[in-house]
Design a protein around this ligand. Structure first.
Ligand code: GDP
Ligand code: MG
Length: 482
């Protein structure tokens, strides 16, 4: 969702390249471009003003460090200010204050409260090892209870069978008593929304909040509605004393203004963001990491965390060994694709590698990587187990059969096998390099022209991209997914 902002920032920083130091005169143009970028991303204008003043002050106060490009110094300042505007460090929920610990979920209609209730249950159970209980307390839209129960059943989380003819506070009272009896550690309460902030709704929520005595109160706000959701958050905070905000639909084409202004305007920490309709599409909100993603400095930490979750370490190790020895089979390849699928979209992942955002914007054709993976899967699934474990036996007649079975042409199958062999060779080469301590520059491997921030000079010295060859170099580079 920050694509356009990232691109505009990167244009703004270009105005500083070649300058020997930062002066009031030469950052004026850069700041103007940053200002336009933020306003176009729908960031609150007061926030933009504060941000620019503070970046300017820091930039002019910065000592020139010999050998460091002023452009890069400036990016660092913008990074720090962006992170600070969004609240700096991630704020964890403190769930041990009492037992059972109530978390009240509130917000307008359709913002994603019920979906988030399910996601949070999954997150707290799998990451925080909590015994979670759900209370459906939306008696405004009866289907909401069924919707939550479906999530609860899918996740295997226990829920309260609320009587929707009661008032929200009565439902919550009964539900909390049941949770106590069951010895639950955390209770998540899904509530009703309205189209707009509404007195009846607020009164009912305040009743529930007072009954619960200092619960966690999380507002779900739709990132797509930008400044409007910031205003909604302000109103909810006045009435409900929010303890956190969840930004939903961050996967949409929202421009990012809500994420950037929410904390500064409301003073309430953003705790999570939601990035899709599936239960696993939830990320703890890390302002510093998000600032890095926006500035195309990569988010290696989140990438590593995601990888740790999705990848079976033993299996990954076994695959690495096979890659190194050039024993990697089509079956292994299928397994690897499965792991990558679990990680999420290819584009999203690539953007977490420093410098890749710009490369993707330039390349513009990696978008079909996922489509390409699907095509390969269809071909692989028409192979027998024997074939998958030993590509050497796949002769012409077998190729014809595989083509028919997968609804592709024989040429597609030939191409797939050629690519597989090419990739296998590259993998074993890469593993060798990693072992020898020469960790390859991933950006460069994928595109041949990916300077990482802070590494520009080194990168230029190290490699001179050869025309036309760049895109075919990496293991998942254009060669495979063109
Ligand atoms: P509620 O009325 O606030 O309880 O909203 P729901 O949880 O019922 O969600 C409304 C719609 O938004 C549903 O179709 C959800 O699947 C969808 N939704 C919720 N969160 C996200 C998200 O993070 N991304 C996307 N793309 N859709 C979401
Ligand atoms: Mg709902």
């Amino acid at each position: 969702m920050f694509d356009s902002l990232s691109e505009k920032f990167s244009d703004a920083f270009k105005t500083l390249s070649g300058k020997s130091e930062i002066t009031e005169a030469n950052i004026d143009e850069t700041l103007k471009l940053v200002r336009t970028a933020l306003l176009e991303a729908d960031v609150n204008f007061k926030v933009v003003k504060m941000f620019l003043a503070s970046v300017k002050e820091k930039a002019l106060g910065e000592k020139v460090i010999r050998g460091v490009d002023p452009g890069e110094q400036f990016i660092k300042i913008v990074h720090d200010e962006l992170a600070s505007m969004m609240g700096n460090a991630h704020q964890e929920l403190d769930l041990d204050k009492k037992k059972p610990y109530p978390i009240l979920i509130c917000g307008l209609n359709g913002v994603g409260k019920t979906t988030f209730t399910g996601k949070l249950a999954l997150y707290l159970r799998s990451k925080k090892k909590k015994d979670v209980y759900l209370i459906p307390a939306d008696n405004f839209r009866p289907a909401a209870k069924d919707q939550l129960i479906i999530h609860a059943k899918n996740l295997g989380v226990e829920y309260f069978d609320s009587d929707l003819s009661l008032s929200p506070v009565e439902i919550v009272q009964a539900g909390m008593e049941e949770a106590k009896k069951l010895g639950k550690e955390v209770v998540i309460i899904d509530t009703a929304g309205r189209l707009q902030v509404d007195d009846d709704l607020m009164a009912a929520l305040v009743d529930v909040k007072n009954y619960l005595k200092d619960p966690e109160v999380l507002l779900v706000a739709d990132a797509m509605t930008g400044q409007e959701s910031v205003n909604v958050a302000k109103t909810f905070h006045e009435k409900m004393e929010l303890t956190g905000i969840v930004l939903s639909k961050m996967d949409s084409d929202a421009r990012g203004g809500a994420a950037l202004s929410m904390r500064y305007v409301t003073q309430v920490p953003i705790r999570f963001f939601s990035t899709g309709e599936k239960m696993k599409d939830l990320e703890p909100f890390h302002p510093d990491r998000l600032a890095k993603r926006i500035l195309d400095m990569g988010d290696v930490l989140t990438l590593v965390e995601k990888a740790e979750e999705a990848i079976d370490e033993k299996e990954a190790e076994a695959l690495m060994k096979k890659m190194e020895k050039n024993q990697f089979t089509i079956d292994d390849f299928m397994k690897q694709m499965g792991m990558m699928n679990k990680l999420g979209s290819m584009q999203g992942l690539l953007k977490m590698i420093p410098g890749m955002g710009g490369v993707l914007r330039q390349a513009g054709d990696l978008g079909d990587a996922e489509g390409e993976m699907k095509k390969m899967k269809v071909i692989i699934s028409s192979m027998t187990r024997e074939e998958r474990n030993n590509h050497k036996i796949i002769n012409d007649s077998r190729r014809e059969r595989i083509a028919k079975g997968s609804g592709r042409t024989k040429k597609d199958v030939d191409e797939f096998i050629a690519k597989f062999l090419q990739m296998r060779k590259m993998m074993s080469g890469m593993m060798g390099m990693m072992k020898g301590g020469n960790m390859p520059d991933l950006g460069a491997m994928m595109n041949g022209q990916a300077p990482m921030p802070g590494m520009r000079q080194q990168a230029q010295q190290r490699r001179k991209p050869k025309k036309g060859k760049g895109k075919n170099r990496g293991p998942f580079g254009g060669g495979f997914f063109k």
